[in-house]
Ligand binder design. Sequence first.
Ligand SMILES: [Zn+2]
Length: 446
Amino acid sequence: MIVDLVLGNAKAYMEGKIVECSIAVEDGSVFKIGRETNMPRGDVKTDLKGLLVLPGLVDAHVHLRDEGKAYKEDFFTGTAAAAAGGFTTILDMPNNSPTTMSVESLRNRIAAAENSILVNVGFYSAFPDGIGRLQGIVEEGVVGFKLFMAEQVGGLNIHDDDALLEAFETVGKLGSLTAVHAEDELALRRAEEQFKCSGRNDVNAFLKAHSEDVEVKAVNRLLGIDREAGMRLHFCHVSTKNGLDAIVEAKKAGLPVTCEVAPHHLFLSSEDLRRVGTLAVTMPPLRDKVHVEALWDGIRNGSVDIVASDHAPHAFSEKKAENVWDVKVGVPGLETALPLLLTEVKRGRLSIGDVVRLMSERPSEIFRLRGKGVLKSGYDADFTVVDLDRKHRVIAADFRSKAKYSPFDGRVLAGKAVRTVVGGQLVMEDSEILAKPGSGEIVRRA
Ligand SMILES: [Zn+2]
């Protein structure tokens, strides 16, 4: 038999250890992983020269934009950034223009994406107008629902606990999950108005308005509701010590709760926000070091389930508003997330196993992405090939993303993805995009 592709002379992360092997790929799936001498012949044979192959990385929190926000990012540039950063599957957030919150808007979005994407893309939906519409959206294959507690997005009234309970129960019954941005809108608005009235429009005021309590309040409220509903609840970008502690307690009590941390909350602090200025404004904001340390503890002891980039590109001018309250929140993260983590591997603060768990295994499990998260025969041939010794400087001007700025600009990092293989196709090699638009697949939850 002759297979489509053989990746020879590889090191692969399998079942908790790194093994020397060859990987044979047939028809988009892993056909066999084993010794060089036992491999079938391949139409294409690539010598990986001892590079490390990881199961394709999954970014569960990406704002791909496009449609009415294509000036910030589009399906091609966003997935090119993903491929350059070593991600083979990304999950797209629904706060688009139009908002993804119905069968129709979801279908339109998938149709717009299909022929443009370079890596696999799954879609979240916001809550629709009316609980009765949840089922149709689930049947379209969304990876989950996204609930934004800091501002009304979609059709579910965030101030109505009964409505939230009913929605959570229904999502649970439908076998789906809800990912939440936990910042309490009322507490946030109140603080914001106070600062605005006293003429404060600087990053320090923004930091104070988005206080630890604003996050913790939303976390506790959602946990309280989910204690009754029992739906799988995923907390996006947890940024505070007390927020994480509350989630850990809920996990211990047996609630089906998971959580994610974003690289900017691990590798930057409020000091960086003051130094960099509005460019580094995110929601939740960069925090004081005590929180950063608590998140690292959570990473190391396993209470943080996943790392996701929260790639949130904006036009440069939108990041540079005079008044902090006008600044668009978020930073691009697809092209820095993996190198930041690999640098910690180099330093001995993380293991390769941690990186695989946080960026491939656990996101695949949580979002039930069939065929992903593990290097194994029969699984999808999605691979992230990394060079742990590739020292490089972050140059935001060279990003594939339309957002060519970063709070990490200029930082020297160790290790990066040098090849990204999606469904057996080489999509990226040494920062060059080699595949055609449309080579990625739409990921649908069965
Ligand atoms: Zn986000």
